[in-house]
Design a protein around this ligand. Structure first.
Ligand code: URA
Length: 208
């Protein structure tokens, strides 16, 4: 399975706080950012480095810097926005591509109502962010869109994943690695992850 569950104690502690029913909007938003930062740290662990000679205090020294890799962060509206600042803390110069998807009530498939991608996608690593990987439909659709635009390297960072969503993404896009704080039990009949977090978008935006 191309799912990495990040078992770092800080990740697990923050996830536990997020799961509490009485977590306030303010706290939920802050924890979402903090968790996104820690998960993005793992997702960027294998970025290639290249040596560079710089002028240090005692003369020229060889240092390691990230190899010409450009990055785009791709929040899926609306909840993905809640993770954005956490990821940008780590990669402040990353460009942002935004995708909005709505379910077509006839086909039941997610369809884009908004898309704004940065240029040179063939040359960039795309990191898709969305707090909840539920059915996987939105993530698969976003990966489809990125690949159609020429993007060749894609990762996804979610806070909580359901097995159903992981399976769908796995089947459609086995090359995409997913990073999550937890793989939960299942989806309920309303499409919510159990035990999950509830509606992450509502909790981030305070629209509960
Ligand atoms: N979206 C959410 O916000 N929560 C879920 O459990 C599933 C989808």
């Amino acid at each position: 399975m191309q799912l990495t569950v990040v078992d770092h104690p800080l990740v697990q502690h923050k996830l536990a706080l997020l799961r509490a029913e009485d977590t306030s909007t303010n706290k939920f938003r802050l924890l979402t950012e903090e968790l996104a930062r820690l998960l993005a740290y793992e997702a960027t662990r294998d970025l290639a480095l290249e040596p560079k000679t710089i002028q240090g205090w005692c003369g020229p020294i060889e240092v390691q810097q990230i190899k010409g890799k450009k990055l785009t962060v791709v929040p899926i509206l609306r909840a993905g926005i809640g993770m954005l600042n956490g990821v940008l803390d780590l990669v402040p110069s990353a460009k942002i591509s935004v995708v909005g998807l709505a379910r077509n009530e006839e086909t039941l498939q997610p369809e884009p109502y908004f898309e704004k991608f940065v240029g040179d996608l063939h040359d960039r690593l795309a990191i898709i962010i969305d707090p909840m990987l539920a059915t996987g439909g939105s993530l698969v659709a976003t990966i489809d869109m990125l690949k159609r635009k020429g993007c060749k390297e894609i990762k996804a960072v979610v806070m909580v994943a359901a097995p159903e969503g992981v399976k769908l993404v796995n089947q459609a896009h086995p090359d995409v690695q997913i990073y999550a704080a937890a793989l939960d039990s299942h989806l309920n009949e309303h499409g919510y992850i159990i035990p999950g977090l509830g509606d992450a978008g509502d909790k981030i935006f305070g629209t509960v």
